[in-house]
Design a protein around this ligand. Structure first.
Ligand SMILES: [Zn+2]
Length: 345
């Protein structure tokens, strides 16, 4: 299977942040509508403020881009518009199933409470799905640097909207500076409500965080988890519990948690029998598509075409959606990725 054809093949993205997926032109429009000052109204001149370039040296450099535009996103019209556009951008890249995530607590204000943020996102997604023919579900993120009470509120919100567009909860933010322990009660609640859990862990911090996410927080999937490769016992744990890793190669290279695509542990994890998937993380800020990530996974990280096809199938299997949606997506993936592989063989 030729990576040049990945654009036209159906794809699945399990790890894409809504707030990291906004087009530069949209950020400009939202800033203008909200009365925020801008250094320029030209998309070309604005892009370096919103997207990372080759000069990105760390997670701090990466996050700087979010600080630039985050206030533009805190309004009902902004949230609904970006939720609709993420559907359009996914469809244009032949992503057939997308789980997008964001932290309602970060976009909420006194006048725009968390519940309204979620309502607006779901409204945008419903509109986008209908218009662009793509299946999109929402994951609500609890955030490490926010209060444990806000995480509990987030889980309660997820419970209210489960089956109505929301499919799970996540835990995001700086894992080096903000330990997870204060947020354990929120994730115990998620388990009690039987809400699927994914946790950002083992991205910048070590494999112990992956163990914590599985054993203490009930994670079924791990965001990144690339440092698992350093600890054989954590690899055993991932296999034993059949945990899926949501790998995002370009994001890891840009934030320098992986030195390069070639040094990225994706291939070693796949060879070790870990269930890996390939995802985009923040395609707006990284200035990439999921097609680009699939190509990098094969051309630079070293996955074989067969491993890439297995990763796409795994993404369909590990989706948090209901079984009938999963079966439909799985059929599309199998028909396109596996029959074409047989043809190529
Ligand atoms: Zn992420």
């Amino acid at each position: 299977m030729n990576p040049a054809n990945f654009k036209t093949l159906p794809k699945v993205d399990l790890h894409r942040h809504l707030d990291g997926s906004v087009r530069v032109a949209t950020l400009r429009d939202l800033a203008v509508a909200g009365g925020f000052p801008l250094p320029s109204r030209s998309v070309r001149r604005l892009a370096p403020h919103c997207q990372v370039g080759r000069d990105c040296r760390s997670l701090a450099d990466f996050l700087q881009k979010f600080f630039f535009f985050y206030d533009f996103l805190k309004s009902p019209w902004a949230v609904e518009r970006i939720a609709c556009e993420i559907c359009e951008d996914a469809a244009a890249d032949n992503v057939v199933y997308l789980e997008t995530r964001f932290a309602p607590v970060l976009q909420a204000t006194r006048e725009f409470p968390m519940e309204d943020v979620v309502e607006c996102a779901l409204r945008g997604i419903r509109r986008g799905q209908k218009k662009f023919g793509v299946t999109v579900r929402l994951i609500l993120c609890c955030y490490r640097s926010e209060s444990p009470a806000s995480s509990i509120r987030t889980v309660e919100l997820a419970r209210r909207y489960m089956g109505r567009g929301v499919v799970g909860v996540d835990f995001a933010g700086d894992e080096i500076r903000h330990p997870a322990r204060p947020h354990y009660p929120a994730f115990r609640l998620a388990q009690k409500y039987d809400i699927p859990v994914t946790i950002h862990a083992g991205e910048a911090a070590g494999p112990d965080r992956v163990r914590e996410a599985i054993e203490r927080m009930g994670a079924r999937r791990i965001g990144h988890g690339i440092h698992s490769v350093e600890d054989r016992r954590v690899l055993d744990l991932l296999r034993k519990h059949d945990i899926t890793l949501e790998i995002c190669p370009t994001s890891n290279v840009q934030t320098h948690v992986a030195k390069s695509y070639r040094a990225h542990p994706l291939k070693r994890l796949a060879d070790a029998g870990i269930a890996v998937t390939v995802n985009s993380d923040d395609p707006g800020v990284s200035n990439i598509t999921l097609t680009h990530e699939y190509r990098m996974a094969v051309r630079r990280c070293g996955l074989t075409a067969a491993q890439m096809a297995t990763a796409v199938r795994r993404a369909a299997d590990a989706a948090f959606c209901d079984d009938s949606t999963r079966t439909r997506i799985r059929r599309i993936i199998d028909r396109n990725w596996f029959s074409s592989r047989r043809r190529a063989a």
